[in-house]
Design a protein around this ligand. Structure first.
Ligand SMILES: Nc1ncnc2c1ncn2[C@@H]1O[C@H](COP(=O)(O)OP(=O)(O)O)[C@@H](O)[C@H]1O
Ligand SMILES: [Mg+2]
Length: 234
């Protein structure tokens, strides 16, 4: 079953002299439960694509079907609801609120979404940080903060987790730990994961690798033998 069916989307930013064609006719299906890596150089349109998949932004043209439902022309209010109900985001920067503890940061997100939740405590256990729940972000390492931000994203049990360079600010070993957590969530909770990277090595853990260049998909390659994150060397 396809979670996403994306037909010929374009995205144009600005107009006149400042016009940028960020996506030029992207078509793609994403199967439910897969771990998908979007690979491409800086400026190739990866974040633009991810933001459109997550309902953070509208495409200029084309069609996006999510879980059988056309979300292409939802207005801002409906798009916000779609996001709350279905999407978890993880970014390179952790965006935790500094005055809230780890647990409060995760709870805050479950409160603003009225979904079946797996709960903040459970989400923290899944990322392996139950024992840090009363710590403040400044008392946690970068990798731990990123795992808290993952817990925050999964507490509402989203159908899909969209990750924009989640290990971009982390060293090698910490990055692997974070990728392990994401792979684990994908396997055990059957959450579809779409992860952006410019690392060929990280792409080795994917079920499917989408290669982008200049706002277009060069190829989508199924990987018959994805590596576990700790088998990857880079
Ligand atoms: N808000 C924006 N306004 C204007 N141009 C943008 C905006 N966001 C991205 N772009 C441009 O769109 C292109 C694709 O950007 P982006 O999707 O961020 O690429 P990537 O994530 O692969 O680095 C780039 O040329 C970038 O400069
Ligand atoms: Mg980007």
């Amino acid at each position: 079953m396809n979670l996403y069916e994306i037909n010929n989307i374009t995205k144009i930013y600005g107009d006149g002299e400042t016009k940028v064609n960020a996506l030029n006719g992207v078509s793609l299906n994403i199967e439910e439960g897969k771990f998908v890596v979007v690979l491409g150089a800086s400026g190739s349109g990866k974040s633009t694509l991810l933001n459109i998949l997550g309902g953070m932004d509208n495409a200029t043209s084309g069609e996006i079907i999510f879980n059988g439902k056309n979300i292409t022309e939802l207005d801002q209010r409906k798009l916000t609801r779609f996001r709350k109900e279905n999407i978890g985001f993880v970014f390179q920067s952790y965006n935790l609120l500094p005055n809230l503890t780890a647990l409060e940061n995760v709870e805050f997100s479950t409160e603003i979404s009225k979904l079946p939740k797996q709960g903040a405590d459970n989400a923290l256990a899944i990322v392996g940080l139950s024992q840090r729940k009363n710590h403040y972000p400044a008392e946690l390492s970068g990798g731990e903060q990123q795992r808290i931000s993952i817990a925050r994203a999964i507490a509402k049990k989203p159908k899909v987790l969209l990750c924009d360079e989640p290990t971009g600010a982390l060293d090698y070993k910490t990055g692997i730990m974070v990728l392990n957590v994401l792979r684990d969530i994908n396997k055990k909770q059957e959450t579809t994961v779409v992860l952006i990277t410019h690392s060929q090595d990280i792409a080795k853990i994917a079920d499917v690798v989408i290669k982008m260049r200049s706002g277009q998909i060069l190829e989508a390659v199924t990987n018959p033998t994805p590596l576990m994150p700790d088998e990857v060397e880079w």
